[in-house]
Ligand binder design. Structure first.
Ligand SMILES: Nc1ncnc2c1ncn2[C@@H]1O[C@H](COP(=O)(O)OP(=O)(O)OP(=O)(O)O)[C@@H](O)[C@H]1O
Ligand SMILES: Nc1nc2c(ncn2[C@@H]2O[C@H](COP(=O)(O)O)[C@@H](O)[C@H]2O)c(=O)[nH]1
Length: 194
């Protein structure tokens, strides 16, 4: 089997993590690509090697210099996130397809890198107001972090046309159904010649 890669990108708070977690539950052929990042762990709710590979900025920079990332971005000021080539290979070598959620620029970079082997899905919030409400209700970020995520979202919404597919996440059950259908169809399609 040739492994494929499913990319979910969206402004923060649009619901990509929620959709990806659902897909991982219903489709055992998928495995989540754990990103590297330099932000602090969120208390006891996050684990190194499960949610992220948490790194110092020095460790992250060293990996950049050794060309170990498919892509990396300074997603928020001072917080670097990146997709490791070794992580993608680890999953493909285990016989599974990769699924990941990354920011909008990162998602387009991964699509560009893996081309036909990748499906890039943009998750669109019903509105910027609803996005801000969801981030506030999630209660994981400070008000200044929420403000910068909402500010960035307005810019990121301009990139939806560059993705293979767009899912409007106004209703979670509908979004789950659309995502499941798109992913199943893509995984069933002829393997790309690379
Ligand atoms: N359709 C929906 N209606 C209402 N709430 C939703 C919906 N989809 C997701 N949520 C909620 O909105 C919040 C943000 O969702 P989620 O964490 O999945 O977003 P995200 O795009 O992954 O954000 P980030 O990029 O910051 O990780 C969560 O609390 C989630 O439960
Ligand atoms: N470009 C990349 N973006 C990534 C990667 N891993 C996660 N992310 C995105 O960062 C933000 C913030 O996440 P949070 O856990 O601090 O809330 C979110 O939009 C993620 O999708 C990556 O490897 N590359």
């Amino acid at each position: 089997m040739q492994g494929k890669i499913i990319i979910f990108s969206a402004p923060s708070g649009a619901g990509k993590t929620t959709i990806v977690k659902h897909l991982l539950q219903v489709n055992p052929s998928l495995s989540f690509s754990i990103s590297a990042c330099t932000r602090d762990k969120r208390g006891r709710s996050e684990e190194n090697g499960k949610d992220y590979y948490f790194m110092t900025p020095e460790e992250f920079t060293e990996k950049i210099s050794h060309d170990e990332f498919v892509e990396w971005e300074e997603v928020y000021e001072g917080a670097f996130y990146g997709t490791l080539k070794s992580e993608i290979e680890r999953i493909w070598n285990s016989g599974k397809h990769v699924i990941l959620d990354v920011d909008v620029k990162g998602g387009l970079s991964i699509k560009h890198f893996y081309k036909e082997r990748a499906l890039a899905i943009f998750v669109k919030p019903p509105s910027i107001e609803e996005l801000a409400n969801r981030l506030t209700a999630r209660n994981t970020d400070s008000s200044s972090s929420i403000s910068s995520r909402v500010f960035k979202a307005k810019f990121e919404m301009e990139f939806e046309d560059q993705f293979d597919e767009v899912i409007v996440n106004d209703n979670l059950e509908k979004a789950f159904a659309e995502a499941t259908k798109l992913v199943d169809e893509f995984l069933r399609s002829e393997p790309a010649i690379v």
